[in-house]
Ligand binder design. Structure first.
Ligand code: NDP
Length: 435
């Protein structure tokens, strides 16, 4: 803490991992303690911070701050998304990069952990402004990345449009067409199913968790937060599997549609958020349902809750509300959406809780599949990529069960994911010596 003051999100992420690893390390992992693996894991291999100057539509120069955290490259090139949001700080990106190390290890693919972004707010910016920002951002970032060193992807505020502008600038500056970014368009190196992968993967993981209790997601009532990439495709998969999705949200509030958001209504939301880039409030007006400004959806009764917006969006009061409403499964589509206390509450009641580093790993796993396709200069079919994604999510679930079984036979997915993710990276670090 004295080395990293004012980094609450990073401390939160590290504390959660260390607390669940600690008993296991003392039982079975003395060699990792002797080799100071934890001390090394919490120190990024490299942090780059840089100025991004760009000109807005009024001709005024704007200045933002950009970052890339190369957290751990022991098992493969650094891999992790870029976030453009005004709340981006070094602490937020370090927490995300730290989580990413374990998540990428869990996917079974050869990817180290990284994360990056900028405190730029794409909201209410014109297309031309977003392009100029992305070009300025990539002008510096391109020195630090490459298909065999560090392969960024999207995250909050970075979707297909932003990846396109950044890839164009990389290609122009480096005179190379290679797999330096994932989440590319399907006509220029992108993988089918990559946009869907995080949301689909989270629901595949929920299916596996429910199956341990003889349950299916079909006919379950699901509440989802967020209405961005992860939320949209989590909702799409729930609907396809016969569940009823009754809420979605954005940073202004949430909508509650008791009849359920069906495929047509979801297509309307996708157009609203991805094309028109407007607020979800319009859904309430258009479909005549309740809108709750400034609130989050956790008080709505449900069987399954899927937070897909941002970190710390579900606190201990919300967790109590979910428990009072007999929610049986909480699966993190977003990264660290539950506060530490909220996680502890759900864990103490032993309801099914899928932590993000396991449950939302489908996105980065499919990014790994995009890298494989780029290396081969091949495109795989939708069915093949979706099949691989589904298999990877099942394997991650199995790894959590293997390492997270409690004495009473229930599964502690937090411990399972942390231990399974840790072992592979720690062994690679041991093998590679003191670095
Ligand atoms: P998007 O930018 O596509 O969507 C984010 C959604 O969350 C939007 O609805 C946004 O509302 C809302 N949101 C963002 N910040 C806040 C906030 N501070 N308070 C309330 N609502 C907020 O991002 P993604 O869907 O890609 O990412 C969502 C989460 O999933 C993040 O935690 C991300 O790290 C994680 N994740 C994403 C992966 C991916 O493949 N995209 C992979 C693994 C994890 P508004 O429309 O108002 O901005």
């Amino acid at each position: 803490r004295s080395r990293d003051p004012n980094e609450p999100e990073f401390h939160q992420a590290v504390a959660e991992v260390v607390e669940s690893l600690w008993p296991w390390l003392h039982r079975e992992g003395q060699r990792y303690l002797d080799a100071q693996i934890l001390e090394r894991l919490v120190e990024p291999e490299r942090v780059v911070s840089f100025r991004i100057a760009w000109v807005d539509d009024a001709g005024k120069i704007q200045v933002n701050r950009g970052y890339r955290i190369q957290m751990n490259g022991a098992i493969g090139p650094y891999k992790g998304g870029l976030r453009f949001h005004p709340t981006v700080t070094l602490s937020v990106l370090k927490f995300l990069a730290f989580e990413q190390v374990f998540k990428n290890s869990l996917t079974t693919l050869a990817m180290g952990g990284g994360k990056g972004g900028a405190d730029f707010d794409p909201k209410r910016k014109s297309d031309a402004e977003v392009m100029r920002f992305c070009q300025s951002f990539m002008t510096e970032l391109q020195r630090h990345i490459g298909p065999d060193t560090d392969v960024p992807a999207g995250d909050i505020g970075v979707g297909g449009r932003e990846i396109g502008y950044m890839f164009g600038q990389y290609r122009r500056l480096r005179h190379r067409f290679d797999g330096v970014l994932t989440g590319k368009g399907p006509e220029w190196g992108g993988s089918l199913i990559r946009p869907e992968a995080t949301g689909y993967g989270a629901i595949y993981f929920a299916q596996e968790m429910l199956a341990t209790q003889g349950q299916r997601i079909q006919d379950k009532t699901v509440i989802i937060s967020g209405s961005g990439n992860v939320a949209q495709f989590a909702a799409e998969k729930c609907i396809a599997l016969g569940a009823k999705v009754v809420t979605m949200s954005d940073s202004s509030g949430f909508i509650h549609d008791p009849a359920g958001i069906d495929s047509e209504k979801l297509a309307w939301i996708m157009e609203l958020k991805n094309v028109r880039r407007e607020r979800l409030k319009e859904y309430a007006e258009h479909f005549g349902v309740e809108y709750y400004p400034g609130q989050r959806p956790w008080a709505i009764p449900c069987h399954v809750a899927v937070p897909c917006a941002t970190q710390n969006e579900l606190d201990s009061d919300d967790a109590k509300q979910l428990l009072d409403n007999h929610c049986m499964c909480v699966v993190e589509g977003a990264n660290m959406p539950l506060t530490t206390k909220a996680v502890a509450q759900l864990q103490s009641h032993k309801i099914l809780f899928g932590p993000g580093k396991a449950a939302n790993a489908g996105g980065v796993a499919t990014s790994g599949l995009e890298m494989a396709q780029n290396s081969q200069r091949m495109y795989w079919s939708r069915e093949r990529v979706d099949g691989e994604l589904h298999t990877i999510m099942r394997k991650i679930h199995a790894a959590c069960c293997e390492h997270g079984q409690r004495p009473d036979g229930s599964i502690d997915y937090v411990a399972g994911a942390n231990i399974a993710g840790f072992i592979k990276v720690a062994n690679a670090m041991l093998a590679q010596g003191c670095l």
